[in-house]
Design a protein around this ligand. Structure first.
Ligand code: HXC
Length: 258
């Protein structure tokens, strides 16, 4: 597939980099970009050679939000019929781990996209926020839910109700990002983490990601049960036998993804 607004590269180390590519508008997320992004992520999710995905923008912007100009004149009915959030729901279903490599602005839908990823590496220049309040709306792609779960009610309220951006260091202190590095290293750091995850047994990675995400929409009891079943399930894999055998034989395991 030829993409207009994203760049896709596959690395022999077992991961892919998806780069949002609308630099003139700070990677504002229009419908076409979202369509391409979801198609790319789903394609990578089906590729057994890709064990981790790095999602990034450029130094100036991860993404400055949904494309305001595209939606400014829309009516409620048009917004309902566009059903743009159906695509966002498909991102939530991606089984391969996604690392966001964030530099510059991650605002509104950009912040929501970052939070839809599994791990976040930020550059020191990252500016993160939910500024929708300043244009007469509110977060619509998970901002009130994922942000609240990540930083707690009071900080989420402050960010969403004032629209103020926070720095990378604040985002780190608040648990919204995993690591902050100088701008020249953020993408390399994310790729190095992707390389590390790509070397792990893929079925265990997939089921572990699934179980962690389950924690967001179930009770502790339901979640523990789900975790236990995934744990048992891995005993049906060749990789479990190989991993435990290799440990006893003091050698490196050879994963098959089976
Ligand atoms: C459309 C955008 C855009 C956006 C920036 N641009 N953000 N276009 N939608 N979200 C465009 C600008 O119009 C401008 O185009 C170019 O990108 C450069 O932006 P400037 O404003 O000139 O840059 P700067 O002065 O550095 O300010 C950067 C900024 C500001 C602080 C990030 O652009 C800004 O406030 N952007 C909007 C942020 C926002 O409100 N995001 C939430 C959107 S609502 P021209 O053609 O003039 O050069 C949302 C809802 C999500 O995300 C719901 C789920 C999908």
């Amino acid at each position: 597939m030829d993409y207009q607004f994203i760049l896709l590269t596959r690395d022999p180390a077992g991961f892919a980099v998806v780069q949002l590519n609308r630099p003139d508008v700070l990677n504002a997320i229009n419908r076409k970009l979202m369509e391409e992004l979801v198609a790319a992520l789903e394609g990578l999710d089906e590729d057994e050679n890709i064990r981790c995905i790095v999602l990034t923008g450029n130094e100036k912007a991860f993404a400055a939000g949904a494309d305001i100009k595209e939606m400014s004149d829309a009516s409620t009915v048009e917004m309902l019929l566009r059903d743009q959030f159906a695509r966002w729901d498909r991102i939530r279903k991606i089984k391969t781990p996604i690392i966001a490599a964030v530099s510059g602005f991650a605002l509104g839908g950009g912040c929501e996209l970052m939070m839809a990823c599994d791990i976040v590496i930020a550059s020191e220049t990252a500016r993160i926020g939910q500024p929708e309040i300043n244009i007469g709306v509110m977060p619509g792609a998970g901002g009130t839910q994922r942000l609240t779960r990540a930083v707690g009610k009071t900080k989420a309220m402050e960010m969403v109700l004032t629209g103020k951006m926070i720095s990378a260091q604040e985002a780190l202190q608040w648990g919204l990002v995993n690591k902050v590095v100088p701008v020249e290293f953020y993408l390399e750091e994310a790729k190095s983490l992707a390389t590390e995850i790509a070397q792990k047994p893929p079925l265990a990675v997939r089921l572990a990601k699934e179980a962690i995400l389950k924690a967001f929409d179930t009770t502790i009891e339901g979640g523990l049960e789900f975790e236990r079943k995934n744990f048992y399930l891995l005993f049906a894999s060749e990789d479990q036998k190989e991993g435990m055998k290799a440990f006893s034989e003091k050698r490196k395991a050879q994963w098959k993804g089976r």
